[in-house]
Structure formats: C-alpha cells, structure tokens
Design a protein around this ligand. Structure first.
Ligand SMILES: C[S@@+](CC[C@H](N)C(=O)[O-])C[C@H]1O[C@@H](n2cnc3c(N)ncnc32)[C@H](O)[C@@H]1O
Length: 407
C-alpha cells in the first residue's frame, strides 16, 4: 500500500521519494475536541503507484487480546483486573475478522510492532544477546514480535494467571511450529506487579534486561503512588545501563481535553466511550475512568499524568527518550518502507473505497469523509489505506513512551 491517509490532513514526503498522506499537523491535533474533529483531508498530491490493500479481512495470529467484558466496579481493583482478564475468551480468527474494530486492533498491534522493532534494533547495534521483560504480557499478543526481533530470553509476567498460562501455551505452540528457527527461551511469572517485587520471582535472581516492554498496562498502576512506583521499579530496576523501558498507555492530556469539551462526564463515539466519575477534579493518583470498547464496559483504568512518571522514573536512573502520540509516531514510521510494508501485512489500515463485493467496517458514510475527499480530489490514486474516523478517534487517545537507563 502506498497511499496512506490518516484522520486527515497533510501530505508528507516519504523518504524513498513517493508521497503518503499523513496525519493532522500538530496544531490541528491540539485543536481537536472530544468528538474528535481531526480535520478533513485538504491536500492530496500523492502520485505514487498503488499496491492494493488486502481485500479480505484475515485476523492476525499476532494480535493483542484485550477485548472487553462487563465487570463489577465495586470489587478490589487488583483482583478485579485479574478476574476480568482471566475470564476473557480468546475470540477465534473468524470472530476477530468480523469485529467493527478489526482494523483498529490491528493498527494498535502494528504500533507495538513498530515500537518493539525500533528498540530491539537499537539494542542490537551494541550487543548480540537480548533479554526482555514483557510486563503485563496478557495472553502473549507480542510473542511473535520478540521472535521476529531474534531475542534470546523473554520473561512474561501478568497479574492474570489464566492469561499467563495461555501465554505459556502459545509460546510452546510457537516453538513447536518453528523447529528450524531459533526461538528465545521464555519464563512465565504470575504477579501483581503493582504490589510484588518481581526480582524475587525470577529463576535467576541476577537476571538483567535490555528492554522492559509494558504495552497497554501501566495505567492500571496509577491507583496510588505506591503502586505506580512498584510497577516502575519492576520495569526499571533490573535493566542494564543503556536498557529501555518502552510502552503504550492512554494520554491523560487527550482524555481530559475530550472530557472538558464534552457536556457530560463522558465522551466517545460508536466504537469507544470513556466515562469519568467527575469532571474538573483530576487527582494525580486514583483518577478512575471506564474505558468501553465496542460498547462493553472494560475494567476501570486510571489517568496517568505523564510528567509525574518522568519525575518518578528518575529514582530508577531512567531518562525519557521520547513520548509520542500514536498519530505522531504513525506519521513518522510510515515514511519508511519496512513499517509501511508491515502495515499492509498486518492489515492495520482499511482499504477505501472497499474492494468490490466487500463492505467498509463502518456503516456510516461520514466516517470516511476524510478519505472520500482525498479520493474525490483526483491526484491521489485510490484505494487508500486509512481507518474510519471513529477508529482514528479511539487510536489517537494513546501515546508511546521510551525511557533509557542511565549509567
Ligand atoms: C490491555 S491488556 C494488554 C496485554 C498485552 N500487554 C498486550 O498488549 O497484548 C492489559 C494487561 O495488563 C495486565 N495487568 C493489569 N494490571 C496488572 C498488574 N497490577 N500487574 C500485572 N499485570 C497487570 C492485565 O492482566 C492484562 O493482561
């Protein structure tokens, strides 16, 4: 796929020379409000040739398993989180491919792939054997990414014991399938990483990591300072100097901005909603909200005020390398061929217009106004790769971060 269009709005020059349509510029993103007017496509000079997007939805094996399920909001939080994730059924490939947020899930998964790939490459420049901690591994949605990164050792840890078992099972299945390829060694630990010290649970107490990856997890720790600090300690204390703590988490600025622009204590669209308990009062810790994806209540999360994380991380000799919104990171990565190819392989963008005999993910035509404008404007050759506007609005809640351990 060569023509890529995000929520809108400017055309960026791909490093190899051809054009791609990139996301909203910073100003328009800052100006966007709760219901997410990220602007509309206004300039499409793309002349590049087009490789068609896949026509059929093929659910990726290497997919994060974070679907939603109704939970009792009054239970203790840690056990509630574990019960919630333990109870999640892995939906089959067919069910996943039929989901309204099929492309959003793939897009989020691609984000993780690009982030993980970037930091594995950085470490590999200076050493051969790479050891990784996957903190909040879930059912093992990233196992294949680590295989692709040719790491040597992976420690997977999560609060949800059933998820850890499924992760382990998936690891051995992957290993069995890869008889002629090198697959890293792995170890599996069940623990509440906001309350327990992981270093006491590793088979080798002297283990050191090159990367700690914490994907869509760190926000669960922001219930109290002590929990946020413990998760940070677990993420960082066993890193080698020069090692990285990388991850993805909701962007509190984006959440609060959208909340403040809403008339109620909630905001969202037909694919996601966020419900706060109260508007205008945002404690640094314990600021709880419910995040609903595809219409079902998920387990409550906590607002992560990122400047606090940056300060807290100094205690563990961690320095912020970068913090980027999903849109900033996406815009940057699609300029390069390899992540761009991966977008296609992972079906992380939807083809617009839909292929003959196929339907778009959203039934609302206005969800594709941004793409239609580009296609109608002529110079861009269709089909484009994009997401429905509702999915862009959900994806743009998140940020990626990377910290480096100082000597
Ligand atoms: C949204 S899922 C992400 C899973 C995985 N990182 C991925 O990207 O596919 C969040 C995960 O965080 C885990 N989690 C939440 N609170 C945790 C805690 N206190 N300690 C360890 N894991 C936790 C959950 O059990 C769940 O597996």
């Amino acid at each position: 796929m060569d023509n890529i269009l995000t929520s809108n709005d400017k055309v960026v020059q791909k490093s190899t020379g051809s054009n791609v349509a990139g996301p909203a510029n910073q100003k328009s993103k800052e100006d966007s409000t709760s219901h997410g007017s990220f602007g509309t496509a206004k300039n499409a000079n793309s002349q590049s040739s087009i490789t068609s997007l896949p026509q059929k939805r093929k659910a990726s094996e290497d997919e994060s398993e974070c679907p939603a399920k109704k939970v009792d909001l009054e239970e203790g939080h840690g056990s509630k989180v574990a019960a919630h994730y333990n109870d999640l059924q892995e939906s089959g490939l067919h069910a996943r491919s039929q989901s309204r947020i099929f492309y959003l899930r793939n897009f989020n998964n691609w984000m993780k792939s690009a982030l993980i790939g970037e930091f594995v490459d950085k470490v590999r420049q200076r050493k051969k054997n790479i050891t990784v901690l996957d903190l909040g591994c879930g059912k093992g949605g990233d196992l294949l990414k680590w295989k692709k990164g040719r790491i040597d050792k992976l420690v997977c840890t999560d609060i949800a014991d059933v998820s850890v078992k499924q992760c382990e099972h998936r690891y051995f299945e992957m290993k069995a399938r890869s008889r002629n390829e090198h697959v890293y060694e792995a170890e599996f630990v069940t623990a509440d990483t906001t309350k327990e010290l992981l270093s006491k649970k590793y088979s080798n107490p002297d283990i050191r990591f090159d990367i700690c990856s914490c994907q869509f997890v760190y926000h669960y720790s922001f219930e109290t300072y002590e929990q946020a600090d413990m998760m940070l300690r677990n993420a960082c204390e066993m890193l080698h100097p020069g090692g990285y703590f990388i991850g993805t988490t909701p962007n509190s600025f984006e959440l609060v901005k959208r909340l403040e622009a809403s008339d109620t204590d909630s905001f969202g669209n037909d694919v996601y909603t966020v419900q706060f308990q109260e508007k205008g009062n945002y404690p640094l810790f314990g600021c709880k909200y419910d995040f609903n994806l595809e219409g079902v209540v998920n387990v409550p999360e906590f607002l992560v005020y990122f400047p606090v994380v940056v300060e807290m991380a100094k205690k563990y000799q961690m320095k912020l390398v970068y913090k980027k919104t999903f849109l900033e990171f996406f815009e940057e990565k699609v300029k390069n061929d390899e992540p761009k190819m991966l977008l296609k392989k992972m079906q992380a963008l939807e083809r617009y217009p839909a292929a003959p005999n196929s339907k778009l993910a959203s039934k609302k035509p206005e969800d594709y106004d941004h793409a239609k404008k580009i296609v109608d404007s002529g110079p861009a050759k269709s089909p484009l790769g994009t997401l429905s506007m509702s999915e862009w609005e959900a994806a743009s809640i998140y940020l990626l971060f990377a910290f480096e351990k100082q000597p």
